[in-house]
Write a protein that binds this ligand. Structure first.
Ligand code: PA5
Length: 411
């Protein structure tokens, strides 16, 4: 399991214990509601078996998977693959596209594909997302050109049972993989996150085990023993004190995409009705050379959560033949340097309320722990703020207005 520690005082009393109990009761009552499916998906053995069958079939037939999706439809899979690529000896190729309407890279991509060996997995819960479908249209045209009628065996649509993508897939005879009721940004443990990860070669069983472990926190009614709730209280308490920027400072290059995933999860779930805190996902030590100055010496409007993990390889720094450098760094492991940088930054930010999530090692299980921890924590935070974490009216509004502009022949 991951461990969570607070570096700033946070008093949690009987009132908080009562709140936690009430929320956990509410979550148990809603266990069959779509909103709670981020918890149940990780326990759905039937769906996992189905997902693994699809993974096996795709891996047997293809060497590359082209994933088209955006937001919740691709960030989970990207996070898993980027975090765990070091655990796979002979990875298959997974390419992500479809998260932009900027066509700059599309011609290079279509020119480089080995069409016979590539499958396309187009993921959209609504089935109508502009970026995803626009990219899909170009990819599809190229597949038709390259493979003729046979192209249909290469196209897989992961979508709900209505919507534009569903209609296209049905009409053209493409395989439809059912998108569950789970919402996009909460879908990392469903087929949305696991098919691309499993195709790459990552052990999806272990990820799900990690997620299941962390999901048991929903039955933990003692605030101090429930880090997901403690973290929610930490966030809400700081927001009340006008610390409105929620910084996640991740000391792991592998988890860099997790910072993006977290930003989406936090912002889209908690920014509503004039409420919410602004997420800022940073990666250490890279961002020590960028945002750290502002954190350390700028407005006191932030709270920080560090994520640290011990590195699995023992690589050490070589000698450079310079006495100053060699005595300071030569022979030291990169892991030691990274930990020193985290500790140094934590000390430098002594005026900023802080907490740390520690992963003993970055592996399938701890990643499953971490992502479930964040989703549960966001669900608790939303309850404490009295908002609905599971809708996104602001995003829908922008999608609608863009479509309106396009219908009116916007130039
Ligand atoms: O979390 C969400 O609901 C969003 O980020 C969606 O995942 C994103 O807008 C893509 O939507 P769709 O899967 O319908 O294409």
């Amino acid at each position: 399991m991951i461990t969570y520690s607070l570096h700033s005082p946070l008093s949690l009393g009987p009132k908080d214990a009562k709140k936690l109990q009430d929320i956990n009761k509410k979550f148990a009552r809603l266990s069959n509601d779509p909103s709670m499916s981020f918890l149940t998906t990780a326990h759905d053995a039937r769906e996992l078996t189905e997902t693994k069958k699809i993974i096996k079939r795709l891996r047997n037939q293809f060497s590359t998977l082209l994933v088209l999706g955006i937001g919740g439809s691709d960030l989970g899979a990207k996070t898993i693959i980027n975090a765990l690529s070091h655990t796979v000896k002979q990875p298959k190729q997974v390419i992500f596209a479809g998260d932009t309407s900027d066509p700059t890279h599309l011609p290079t991509l279509t020119a480089s594909l080995d069409y016979k060996k590539t499958a396309v997995l187009v993921i959209s819960k609504s089935g109508g997302t502009t970026e995803t479908l626009a990219t899909f249209s170009v990819i599809l045209e190229r597949f038709k050109k390259a493979l003729g009628k046979n192209h249909a065996h290469h196209i897989f649509a992961l979508t709900s049972s209505s919507g534009t993508l569903f209609e296209i897939a049905q009409a053209q005879g493409y395989e439809i993989i059912s998108h569950g009721v789970v919402g996009g940004r909460f879908s990392v443990f469903s087929n949305v996150g696991l098919i691309p990860a499993g195709f790459f070669g990552i052990n999806v069983d272990k990820i799900v085990t990690g997620a299941q472990e962390a999901s048991t926190l929903v039955a933990q009614n003692t605030p101090r023993n429930n880090p997901a709730f403690t973290h929610a209280c930490f966030a809400v308490t700081n927001a009340r004190k006008h610390r409105n920027i929620a910084v996640l400072f991740i000391y792991s290059a592998g988890l860099a995409t997790c910072a993006k995933w977290y930003t989406q999860l936090w912002a889209e779930s908690l920014g509503k009705n004039g409420k919410g805190t602004t997420p800022l996902g940073l990666v250490g030590p890279t961002d020590q050379h960028s945002a750290l100055q502002l954190l350390q010496d700028g407005p006191r409007d932030k709270f920080v959560t560090f994520v640290t993990t011990a590195q699995t390889n023992n690589l050490t720094v070589s000698k450079l033949g310079n006495p100053g450098f060699d005595s300071l760094l030569a022979g030291k492991s990169f892991n030691t340097i990274l930990q020193a940088q985290y500790e140094g930054t934590k000390k430098a930010l002594k005026h900023t309320p802080a907490s740390t999530i520690k992963l003993e090692q970055l592996n399938e299980q701890t990643l499953g722990n971490l992502l479930m921890f964040f989703m549960l924590s966001v669900a608790y935070t939303a309850q404490l703020m009295n908002i609905n974490a599971f809708d996104q009216p602001g995003v829908e509004e922008s999608k609608k207005l863009t479509k309106k502009l396009l219908i009116s022949n916007f130039q």
